[in-house]
Design a protein around this ligand. Structure first.
Ligand SMILES: O=C1O[C@H](COP(=O)(O)O)[C@@H](O)[C@H](O)[C@H]1O
Length: 232
């Protein structure tokens, strides 16, 4: 996994927005559309806010999420709602291009995971999966020791006991993440430094889910200097 260190948090967000703007343009020119799986989390939402004024052909961008909190559609905890407020409601992206994972409105978590698997299959190849990372080295909603951190057939798993609230979530598995052409982890803050070092050390996926993810073409760990501050 190649690491790129960008200075402070603001510099990391700006540089990643530059990188993403360029990738979207290149993918749309090459195949007529770009498909990305977004991440929630603090720096992930800051990145989306930084894209509002960029030159991006939103008509041809399709978005989904690498994980989602299984709460009501209007809950402020939903990654999709945070993304709408930060970006998607502010740019001309067609509603049909926003493929939200199901919300907990009258459906069970298991049924939602089945529906999300169908949604992912209908999406086709994903050009880029964006991921945040927690201080415990979790990515998406794949926490240490959880099924889904090792390849096992499923592409979406229902999560019932996330150590980080809310407890119920839907998550891409490592298998789904690793089917993406590109995987970018965007990580800021000194509280993530030990997890960054662990993920880059070859630790097992059960210990550091972040170390198990990769793209078929490119895998990048995009860091600010604080997140890169622990010895590898
Ligand atoms: O719960 C989540 O947390 C991670 C990391 O979030 P952060 O606020 O520490 O950056 C995020 O990647 C994931 O999508 C989200 O559901």
């Amino acid at each position: 996994m190649r690491a790129v260190v960008e200075g402070d948090r603001a510099a990391l967000v700006a540089a990643t927005a530059d990188r993403l703007e360029a990738l979207l343009g290149e993918r749309i020119a090459a195949r007529g559309r770009a498909t990305i799986a977004l991440t929630g989390g603090s720096v992930g939402i800051e990145l989306l806010a930084a894209l509002v004024d960029r030159r991006i052909d939103w008509e041809h961008v399709v978005v989904t999420w690498s994980d989602e909190r299984f709460v009501a559609a209007d809950s402020g905890d939903r990654n999709a709602r945070q993304a709408r407020e930060a970006l998607l409601d502010l740019v001309p992206i067609p509603a049909a291009n926003i493929r939200e994972l199901p919300a907990a409105d009258g459906t069970s978590l298991d049924d939602a995971a089945t529906a999300a698997t169908g949604l992912l299959e209908a999406l086709g190849p994903i050009d880029l999966t964006l991921l945040g990372m927690g201080p415990d080295a979790h990515v998406a909603s794949l926490f240490p020791g959880m099924p889904g951190v090792r390849e096992g057939g499923a592409r979406i798993i229902p999560v019932r006991d996330s150590p980080k609230p809310p407890p119920e979530r839907l998550s891409f598995t490592v298998e789904a993440i690793n089917a993406s052409e590109r995987v970018w982890l965007i990580v800021a803050g000194a509280d993530k430094a030990e997890a960054v070092a662990l993920a880059r050390s070859g630790a097992s996926p059960d210990e550091a889910p972040a170390g198990a993810v990769h793209g078929t073409l490119e895998t990048l760990m995009l860091l600010d200097a604080d997140a890169a501050s622990a010895p590898a």
